[in-house]
Design a protein around this ligand. Sequence first.
Ligand code: TTP
Length: 196
Amino acid sequence: MQPILLASGSPRRREILENLGFIVHKISAEIDETPHDGELAYDYVQRMAVEKNRAAIAQFGSTEQAILSADTTVALNGHILGKPDNAAHAHEILSALSGSTHQVMTAVCVSRGGREWVAVQCSDVQFKPLSEQEIAAYITSGEPMDKAGAYGIQGVGGVFVAHLSGSFTGVMGLPVFETLNLLREAGVDVPPFQAA
Ligand SMILES: Cc1cn([C@H]2C[C@H](O)[C@@H](COP(=O)(O)OP(=O)(O)OP(=O)(O)O)O2)c(=O)[nH]c1=O
């Protein structure tokens, strides 16, 4: 089986792909992640995943090995909430998410042999009302800092989630259903137990 070239620094994405049975080689793909003025979250997340992929191609060239990139964005009432810059920002984000429903969108882009495939997975996540103490303790844990929306559903942040409609792995950063479909479309060998 050929390794997948993962153009993402996210340890969660690597873990998800390896759990599915893929061999993963990490490659770097640095881009400017600033949203355009008035850009919709759905358009933004897709653009980010595609730009990460193209940045990897610019660096390593187009290859017969699949390059996979992704981006996860949290949106509340249409506003894009990025990763927290610091503890105060994490507090602001978590206070906004408290007691309401937000969207988590993950776009996945696969390229191979000069072609490109993209999918976007959207989930609705409802948070329970959070107390000041819960928010403070969670920020102290350090978990929010490298994550869109300042939480990790797969970690302690999972206790905030009252309801999820969508994909758990999508919220975590790489939706497995959509990702496997893209890889199959791109003609990548998927591990035998996944080959439906
Ligand atoms: C909402 C949520 C996000 N996240 C993470 C997934 C992503 O790693 C991160 C969103 O940032 P991204 O910019 O999508 O990814 P990244 O910066 O980690 O890696 P790269 O840009 O190199 O691809 O937030 C969780 O781990 N759990 C969650 O519940």
